[in-house]
Every structure is written in C-alpha cells, then in structure tokens.
Design a protein around this ligand. Structure first.
Ligand code: UD1
Length: 434
C-alpha cells in the first residue's frame, strides 16, 4: 500500500509553484458540460478529485481530452439526454463535488440523476440547502434506492433564495442551475470564497449573466444557452497556505509562486502573529521563520475569515510555538481527527468541544501515522517534515485528492519525502537519506 516516508528536521528552502484551485476546478469542470460547444480549461490541478470528476463526465458521454497535464478540452454535446442519464460509478461517490453535476445537468437538461456525494469524513455534510435551492427554482427532487438523487423540472424559474447557512457548495450549485433558468434568481447569504467568483466568471465567459459573486448577494439573470469558452483557473489558496505553514513549521524560507496574495490574507495575518515574515509580491509570497514561534488564536469562518481547510495545517505549526494557542472550528464538527496523530508525535493538544487547546513543544518526534482526511493528511506531512527522525503516513489517497506532486514539490524545497510501496522501499529510503 502506498504511503509517504519522510525524514524531518530540515528547514525547507527554495521555490514552489502552486497548482490551480481544486475547489474552483470542480465547479468549473462540472459547468463545462452545460454547453454543447467546446470548452478549454487551463490550470486544472492534476489531482485525483479532478481526474475522478472528469471520468464521471466522460462516462455520461461528454468528450474529455487532456491537451497537456493541466489543460482539458471538454465537449458536453454527446451527453445522453434521456431518463437513463445517471452519474454513478465506483469513484464518483468518493468525491464531495459530484454534487455539482446535479446543478449542471438540471440546468442544462432539466433532469439529473447523480450518486449522492462522499468526500472527506469531517462531520455531517448535508446537502439540504442545495436541494432547497433546486426546489425553489421549480425542480422536484427525490432520493432513490441505491443512494442517488434525482432532480427534474419542466422548466426552471428564477427565484429569491436565502441560504440559512453560508455554504460554498450550495451557492455554486444553485448558481449553475439558475444560469440556465428563466428570469432572475437572487442568492442571499451566499458564500464569498474566491472559487465562487471563479466559477461565476467562467459561467459568464460562457455567456451566463451573473453579478455580485464575491459578495453575499448574487444576482443571476437566466439565459437560454451557454456557449464555448477558454478559461484559466485561479491558483489554489489552500495548497499555497499549506506551503506557508510548512515554511513556518520547519523554520524555512519558501517563495510560493502562482498565488493571489489577497486570497491568502487570513493565513498571512496569523503567520505574522506567530512571528513569521511574510512578504507579498504581485503573484507570489515569501514566507520565512526562524527562532521561536509565538502562539495565537484561530477561528475558522467562511471567507474572508480563516479557512477551515487550513485549520489542521496551522495547528501542526502552532504545536511548535512557545505558549498556548486555541484553534476553534466553526464550520465542520469532526475536523480534529488529526490531533491524536500529532499527539503521537509528542504534541500537547487537548480538544474540548469545537476547540483545540495547543501547548507548544520544542520538536515533534517522527512516528507511524495515518491520514484521516485530505487536510488532516497535509497537517501530518507538515509535522513530519518538522520532526526529528523518520515518519510514515498511510492512507495518502486522501492527500492525493488535493495536492499535486506533493512529494516532489517538497523534495524541490530540500525536504526528504517519497512515496513508497513496500518495506523494502522504506529501507532503501532510510539507507539513502541516512
Ligand atoms: C466546500 C469545500 C471544502 C471546504 C468547505 C468550507 C468544495 C468541493 N469543498 O465544501 O473544501 O472545507 O466548502 O469552506 O468546494 N451545510 C448545510 N447544508 C447544506 C450544505 C452545507 O447545513 O446543504 C453546512 C455544512 O454542514 C457546513 C457548512 O454548511 O457546516 C459549510 O459547508 P459548505 O460550505 O457547503 O461546504 P462544502 O461545499 O461541503
């Protein structure tokens, strides 16, 4: 079974280039099938979530061609537009964002039959707000045997939709369906994440009429048809943030390239509070740290607040600060599953309710670790790179969902990290790095 092996203890130094945003890509790739014309998407991260979504799209009849590793050509013309159109394969259930195919297909064909989404197990992740949105647009929905959701409508009509909770997924999904409905839709209390703006920009490039993305009120005037487009996805805020936290935890100096510094402000300000140096350039950011780190308090919130997807990685760095930090998770209920793993490396962290109380230690010790979800896995990589000695991390399929070439990017920064598949390979690595 594939796992990472890491020898920690070195400050990571050098340059790393960030891939396209996974969560924007998932919305955009789903939206791409809403036209019968050809769409070309650039800067698509080559990670298992996007590869899986593209497989699902191709399984229902769309043409998907990789022009190169990060550029995909999609044509939704061949999708079978009939009652048998069902998105369901053994992979699609594993990714959360399969739900975007409900909005995309419902908008285009007024019918969708999609396996209910899986994704990381970070607490109960309902899709009631998505369903409420589709129903307000005039669709009926039912959960059918086999764990699929079927949504259908004679026609979709614009509506005024208030989201009770700020939800990234529901905002994007309603935007997708409403783009091809009749009349005006308003989404109030919409999520404002950069990837919402990116999906809206992409839809507009295809001929949609969406205004206000990035604010909490999004106005959509439905159009009859969307057309072909070329589009480049924004850089991944969370991949960038992960390398920022890695620079700090290893007391390194990393220039993180291909980023939008504005999207990183919440992360940068916490790293500054910890005593790191953060220098912003037009499309890159340098993060450095040496000496003692200071503790701080973090509370996850919808954008522009501190992203929940960076909570675990920051906790991994804060466990090395001198003093007590408090990290509060306010979006998902089950996002501290990495804590027991960090404690096995020597961290002193106590979880009470939705807060983690972290008392800083000098060093982590390497250990045999298991990733419980994507970002938890990234946190373990950070801790292992800062630790004394060797660590192994199992269940890296979670990490591969969202980090492209993680091990080789770390090696470019001078870190010792490899994917290994057997005890023999582990021994070889140990002999090589000493
Ligand atoms: C998306 C991201 C995920 C990120 C999260 C929060 C994708 C593919 N995933 O997930 O990486 O951690 O945003 O930034 O983009 N909720 C409901 N009912 C719903 C939908 C959500 O109650 O119908 C609740 C959730 O349980 C959660 C909160 O709303 O407490 C936010 O969830 P949401 O923003 O929808 O997260 P996801 O779209 O699942």
């Amino acid at each position: 079974m594939e796992q990472y092996i890491i020898k920690g203890g070195k400050p990571l130094e050098g340059e790393v280039t960030i891939a396209g945003a996974k969560n924007a890509a998932l919305g955009i790739l789903a939206a791409a099938i809403m036209t019968d014309e050809k769409v070309v998407i650039e800067n698509v991260p080559y990670v298992s979530d996007t590869i899986t979504l593209l497989k699902a799209i191709s399984n229902i009849g769309a043409t998907v061609v990789y022009r190169d590793k990060h550029t995909v050509e999609i044509c939704g013309k061949g999708i079978r537009d009939d009652e048998n159109l069902a998105v369901d394969d053994e992979y699609i259930r594993k990714i959360r964002a399969s739900y975007y195919l409900i909005g995309a297909l419902l908008g285009k064909y007024k019918f969708a039959n999609v396996a209910l989404p899986g994704g990381c197990d970070i607490g109960s992740r309902p899709i009631d707000l998505h369903i409420k949105g589709f129903e307000m647009l005039g669709a009926t929905t039912e959960i059918v045997t086999g764990g699929r959701i079927v949504a259908r409508a004679d026609s979709l009509k614009g509506a005024h939709i208030y989201l009770d909770t700020v939800s990234v997924g529901a905002t994007i999904n309603i935007m997708l369906a409403a783009a091809l409905s009749e009349g005006k839709t308003t989404i109030e209390n919409a999520a404002k994440e950069p990837h919402i703006v990116d999906v809206a920009n992409f839809l507009n490039t295809m001929g949609a009429n969406i205004k206000g993305a990035g604010t909490d009120v999004i106005r959509i005037r439905g159009v009859q048809k969307l057309h072909g487009a070329e589009y480049s996805i924004i850089p991944d805020q969370i991949e960038a943030g992960t390398f920022m936290a890695m620079a700090v935890a290893t007391r390194g100096n990393i220039l993180i390239k291909n980023v939008i510094p504005k999207h990183l402000e919440a992360i940068s300000s916490k790293l500054l509070e910890m005593g790191a140096t953060v220098i912003e350039y037009d499309d890159s950011v340098r993060v450095m740290a040496d000496g003692k780190l200071r503790p701080t308090q973090i509370k996850t919130l919808p954008y522009p607040g501190f992203p929940t997807d960076m909570q675990a990685q920051m906790a991994a760095a804060l466990a090395l600060a001198s003093g007590t930090s408090i990290v509060t998770e306010s979006i998902f209920e089950n996002r501290f599953r990495y804590v027991s793993e960090l404690c096995r490396m020597g961290a002193k962290i106590r979880v009470e309710g939705n807060s983690a109380f972290i008392t800083g230690i000098e060093r982590y010790n390497g250990a045999r670790l298991v990733a419980s979800d994507l970002r938890a896995g990234a946190a373990l990589v950070i801790a292992a790179l800062a630790a004394d000695g060797f660590s192994t991390i199992e269940d890296i399929q979670y990490i591969k969902r969202g980090y492209e070439e993680f091990a080789s990017k770390v090696r470019e920064l001078g870190g010792e990290m490899e994917i290994v598949d057997s005890d023999q390979e582990i021994q070889k690595f140990k002999l090589r790095v000493g």
